[in-house]
Design a protein around this ligand. Structure first.
Ligand code: AMP
Ligand code: MG
Length: 341
């Protein structure tokens, strides 16, 4: 199959919207990362997403809408919890996914057999226009091959999906750069399942108490149930061996330079670059969490363009938006962290 990269003109948005309604797949920009979209009400169309990504069938998808009223209009949920209205009022459209009790229209392929469904109202004008053109809610996971870093440019999507999907809409670089925050309203106390562009602190501000699922910051133990199935898989990994180093600036730089050779790299902060004697992959300023989220996946993909074999990464902070960066990076590193006292 030929994969066509299209600019998001009115005509192309209409073309892609119609293709989606007819059961085809398309790569689309969102404010978080690029999505691989299909008509969420069409189980057969959705099944193709799992095939194109090589995604395990037990990992459910997020359903994207372009207007709050579509939740009821398309019977996406069986009940809209009171707290969902509060979250929507504050954070939608935006990078927040809310898990609610599943409605009758949701095919099993979308919910992976769970009795809940994940819903998001994105803010990117192209995403909203495509959903509206399709006149269907769109199931859309990140448009990468399963296990690889999520795509933040149309070029990343082309790299992973070339020959597998008919269309990619090129909307430039994604603003947030990490996937949406996922919060469930189906537990006794709302629970953060995946950190993202909306921070834990922001959620607490609206909901009061919010629990943080164990898998957000720690590796699940053998046999432990994943509340969010996606959190149990190794993810976002470059081909090189990535090891995180928890240390201050000086110790990190010393540690890496002691091991310097042409097969070693550093996934570091911008400020570290002049001091390191290895190939560097900078992913933002030390205290600039916004730029870290924005550049992380591109930096991870950049590692794959070189022949470095071992990469020592800075271990990010865990507050604010950095929690999302930390959550992705510990998975990229397969939870391998060296702590220097
Ligand atoms: P992605 O589509 O790649 O952004 O991944 C979606 C994430 O949301 C995965 O981690 C899923 O496991 C999670 N997710 C989607 N639907 C549900 C659900 N009904 N319950 C819990 N987690 C979900
Ligand atoms: Mg993903």
């Amino acid at each position: 199959m030929e994969t066509r990269l299209l600019l998001p003109t009115k005509e192309n948005i209409k073309k892609v919207g119609c293709a989606l309604r007819d059961g085809m797949l398309a790569g689309i920009p969102t404010e978080t990362v690029y999505g691989l979209a299909a008509n969420a009400l069409d189980g057969k169309a959705v099944a193709q997403i799992f095939e194109a990504k090589g995604r395990p069938m037990d990992n459910p998808l997020i359903v994207h809408i372009s207007d709050f009223s579509q939740i009821e209009r398309f019977s996406l949920v069986s009940e809209i919890p009171e707290k969902a209205y509060k979250l929507a009022e504050r954070f939608w459209p935006g990078p927040l996914t809310v898990i609610m009790p599943k409605g009758t229209a949701i095919p099993d392929e979308v919910s992976a057999g769970l009795d809940t469904v994940a819903v998001r109202f994105p803010s990117h004008p192209v995403t909203k226009a495509v959903i509206t053109a399709a006149d269907r809610p769109l199931a859309a996971p990140s448009a990468n091959t399963s296990g690889s870093p999520s795509p933040t440019t149309a070029g990343h999507v082309y790299h992973d999906m070339q020959g597998k999907i008919p269309y990619i809409l090129d909307g430039g670089i994604c603003e947030v750069g990490v996937e949406s925050t996922v919060v469930t309203l189906c537990t006794p106390v709302p629970m953060l399942l995946r950190p993202g562009g909306i921070t834990l602190e922001q959620l607490k501000d609206v909901l009061g108490e919010v629990e943080v699922n164990d898998a957000v910051l720690h590796q699940l133990k053998d046999g432990e149930k994943a509340e969010s199935p996606g959190m149990k898989y190794k993810h976002y990994a470059p081909k090189a061996d990535l090891i995180l180093v928890k240390a201050d600036n000086e110790k990190y730089i010393g540690f890496v330079n002691e091991r310097a050779d042409e097969k070693t790299g550093a996934l570091c902060y911008d400020e570290d670059v002049p001091y390191l004697n290895v190939k560097t992959f900078a992913f933002g300023g030390k205290d600039d969490y916004t730029s870290q989220a924005n550049r992380l996946f591109d930096a991870l993909r950049e590692i794959d363009e070189t022949d470095v074999q071992t990469v020592y990464g800075r271990c990010p902070d865990t507050q604010g938006l950095a929690m999302a960066v930390y959550n992705r990076l510990i998975r990229s590193a397969g939870f391998e962290v060296i702590e220097l006292a």
